[in-house]
Design a binder for this molecule. Structure first.
Ligand code: SAM
Ligand code: SF4
Length: 329
């Protein structure tokens, strides 16, 4: 078993399949000038499968594919098929902007994908296009419908809440749970690689952050009731409008640490194990993957480096040398 120095078992691996994306969300990527990792540095399907095999032998049961945008990876269906068939892997899920989901939902489900988390930052067509710098919300809705037809459930919708941008949509997004059995989750904006000006009409850096306590108080009219058991094993605090089929979750990486329950490890698309989103220590698997050396000792090394907790508010620019899309948000 992979147990870290603070007694936490590592059972969950998030894999960033690519740092590339078909959108440019303002809080995640600069408009232009991003240096993509050379394709030659990206892990092959075979290499990803080897990493997951070692993870599974060490007790990892759940895999989440992310990025960048995992659906732009040319071998996404094959990757899901390979890792879903690995012994001890109980669940393969994926986080996506859903631009390509309409076509891929069924092939992915047939390959063994169990669930999808879909990022949706606005219900307003024009605002959605502005936040994502070009995204089409109708494609997201078609992707959601396809995910439901393919039984990729429960469906989670992730919204990063930003003051002066989409915080006014908290009630409308919450209302989605009255009609649908979706889990809508509101996420605090993390100060990772996005301190720059986002352009005209966007809020200034020191205005953007909304703590989850404030989000909850803006939703007091719904009489949200806490759920006893968390949905999945994620870091969200979950609530429900009385009688609603769906739930509302709040994810607070800054305000309310969930480090004490952290069971995750991350793999970057260029083959580095990272034990924390914020702390920059990484262990490269590349050499071992190329030479055929066993990977277990590298996993143990990465897990030994897992910090007890992070302090994102005190993170320095050096801590976030990589943006969210590179680490795998
Ligand atoms: N492209 C996919 C998507 O957007 O769902 C997967 C990768 S994206 C980096 C994963 C998640 O990280 C998305 O839900 C996105 O909203 C979130 N994210 C990106 N940058 C963030 C930030 N600075 N603070 C909080 N969440 C962020
Ligand atoms: Fe792409 Fe996801 Fe980042 Fe938006 S949040 S730019 S969709 S990786």
């Amino acid at each position: 078993m992979f147990i870290d120095p603070f007694g936490r078992a590592v059972t969950y691996l998030r894999i960033s399949l690519t740092d590339r994306c078909n959108l440019r969300c303002v809080y995640c990527m600069p408009k232009e000038g991003l240096q993509w990792q050379p394709r030659a540095d990206q892990l092959s399907v075979e290499e990803i499968a080897r990493v997951v095999e070692t993870a599974a032998q060490g007790g990892v049961k759940r895999i989440r594919l992310t990025g960048g945008e995992p659906l732009v990876h040319p071998h996404i269906v094959e990757i899901v098929r390979r890792i879903a068939s690995i012994q001890n892997i109980e669940e393969v899920s994926l986080t996506t902007n859903a631009m390509l989901l309409e076509r891929l939902a069924q092939p992915l489900a047939s390959a063994g994908l169990k669930r999808v988390n879909i990022s949706l930052d606005s219900l307003d067509r024009d605002k959605f296009r502005r936040i994502t710098r070009g995204g089409e919300i109708d494609r997201v809705w078609r992707g959601i419908a396809a995910a439901e037809r393919a039984h990729l459930a429960p469906l989670k919708l992730n919204t990063v809440i930003v003051r002066g941008l989409n915080a006014d949509e908290l009630p409308a997004l919450t209302r989605l749970t009255i009609e649908n059995d979706w889990h809508v989750r509101f996420i605090e904006l993390m100060p990772i690689g996005n301190a720059q000006d986002w352009g005209e009409g966007f809020p200034a850096p020191d205005e953007r952050y909304v703590p989850v306590q404030e989000m909850r108080s803006q939703l007091s009219m719904f009489n949200l009731q806490p759920e006893n058991a968390p949905i999945g094993n994620g870091p969200a605090r979950t609530f429900r409008i009385p009688g609603a089929p769906g739930t509302v979750g709040f994810i607070s990486p800054l305000g309310e640490h969930f480090c004490q329950n952290c069971n995750r490890l991350r793999l970057t698309s260029d083959g580095k194990l990272r034990s924390c989103l914020v702390v920059p220590n990484e262990v490269s698997l590349r050499g071992a993957l190329q030479s055929g050396k066993p990977l277990e000792e590298f996993f143990r090394q990465a897990i030994t480096q897992k910090p007890e907790h992070h302090n994102m508010l005190a993170a320095t620019p050096a801590d976030s040398q990589r943006g969210m899309s590179q680490i795998g948000g």
